[in-house]
Design a protein around this ligand. Sequence first.
Ligand SMILES: Cc1cc2nc3c(=O)[nH]c(=O)nc-3n(C[C@H](O)[C@H](O)[C@H](O)COP(=O)(O)OP(=O)(O)OC[C@H]3O[C@@H](n4cnc5c(N)ncnc54)[C@H](O)[C@@H]3O)c2cc1C
Length: 587
Amino acid sequence: MSRCGACRGWTPGPCPAVVPSGPVGGACGDRRPVGAGRPVRVPPSSRPDRWEVRAVTAVPVSPGATPGVPAPGGPDGQPTVLVAGGGIAGTAAALALADAGVRVVLAEARPRLGGLAFSFRRSSPAGDLTADNGQHVHLRCCTAYRALLDRVGGAPLAPVQDRLDVPVLDARDHTLGRLRRSALPAPLHLAGSLARYPHLSLAERSAAARAALALRRLDPADPALDGARFGDWLRHHGQSPRAVEALWDLVGTATLNARADQVSLALAAMVFRTGLLGEAGAADIGRARVPLGELHDVRARRALDRAGVRTLLRTRLRRLRPPGAAPEPGPPDTSTGTSRGTSPDRAADGSGTGHGGWRADLDGPGGTPTVLRAHAVVLAVPPEEAERLLPDGALERPARLRGLGTAPIVNLHVVYDRRVLRRPFLAALGTPVQWVFDRTEPSGLTGGAQYLALSQSAAGDIIDQPAADLRARFLPELARLLPAARPARVLDFFVTRERAATFAPAPGTARLRPHAISRAPGLLLAGAWTDTGWPATMEGAARSGATAAAAALRHLGAARGRADPPPAPTAVDPGRRPGHTQEGTAV
Ligand SMILES: Cc1cc2nc3c(=O)[nH]c(=O)nc-3n(C[C@H](O)[C@H](O)[C@H](O)COP(=O)(O)OP(=O)(O)OC[C@H]3O[C@@H](n4cnc5c(N)ncnc54)[C@H](O)[C@@H]3O)c2cc1C
């Protein structure tokens, strides 16, 4: 791992946010913030902000409602929560807390919000374009993520298709199949499509239907399932290698970021049950018509500002000390919710956090150190960073976080001089190409060129391949898949790599994922890697943020001796599930 000198993010190799002029290279500092100086397309139907997590807003912690709650160092008695990490999880947590009337400081190490979901500008021979680090899709069942989009005013910019419809093209014989749902209720909604699916024999189709029904009966929260491999289960249920490739891995690799043989049966059951076998419309696909940065940086920032969140970019949480830790000399205050590092920590402040609250040492722009004090802290950083920051005893076995591992995603970006794909996206068989997305509109490219992004999940085999090798391998494959690409000229080709795109969804993962509530009172964890029951997705991140916020609010409420702590936001809080590690009970 090395640290990018420009964006200060940790990367395993060249920073994935690099804007290369040839093969991957360049510097993050070349990037202009997405949205700057660029007209934003907002449909006239754009809805006002709406935040579905209403239960959170019911917590009466705003000043005036319950006077007398001191904020460590705060002038007006309003409780302060520090959220560290401005990815989707941190953004969701910060907004939920601010909407509940809590003073929130959001510290993000990079110069932008959005975490793993970000965009960058590129000067391409086809013209200036905005690229995402990787194609991100979501499903209609991603309710917490949709709620977040809604909250930042971005839902109309990431519409969901009316009905699930995935074209599946076999590069070997150009047979086109469709995975699409009918108007029938689940599980019949997919029956017609499966019956006509040309990539499987009749026997394979009926075996797949039987396996789907069996999968529907599994309980993803059963700990025994987490120890089993999805691939073994599929074989045991009569699935041929071809059925695994053309059906189960086609969906599973893209959503879980691993092939069936590397996947926990519990996570696979969760994905297939929730997405494909539960509600009929659950798997309808949503895609952003704008760059990711427009949603998760520009609009998120605007919503945070309006909600009163103090967002500190280029500000890294260096160290966290729990209430009651021995005082130390320190740098001067920041202006919100802070106290001098040199002042003695005081007990009995009435906040329930005791001893003056949490002390956070922050490195601001240019490395300027500041100290911030908070009643509660939401750690919404990647797991290895959380492990580094966690105070002793906050998790029973913090080293377990390392066991989560990582799984890479690679995106290959190709700009053709003409239109070579008529569909918005397709999934491919019989070729190393996995999913192809038309990115022309979101990129802002005009003039007849077409920009395609090849999204390659479970990309361990290509993550280290030089861009030139990937070009030599994948462009002929794309031409094999799309006849219209054969005579077309390639104007630009570049690669984005995310080595730690997700945690590895391997068997045994569930017990490694900590609950939002740590053992340290007032310290909450958020991130797609926490125990949400979901794989590492934007939905998992948004859920984790809402869950951590609700827990922080309960902590603040309980600290004030409230008899009836507010309910968790049931719409997004999966709550405690049997068989999953429950790390603390402090709140
Ligand atoms: C290429 C790619 C494609 C993907 N495709 C999809 C998809 O199609 N659908 C989907 O649902 N999901 C997809 N994902 C996964 C999804 O992007 C992530 O699960 C989600 O964005 C994780 O959000 P997060 O907030 O949990 O973590 P992160 O995005 O990792 O955010 C953590 C933040 O913490 C900051 N930070 C770290 N240390 C500190 C510190 N000490 N102090 C302050 N800040 C700190 C980081 O800079 C970062 O901004 C994809 C991911 C990648 C990489």
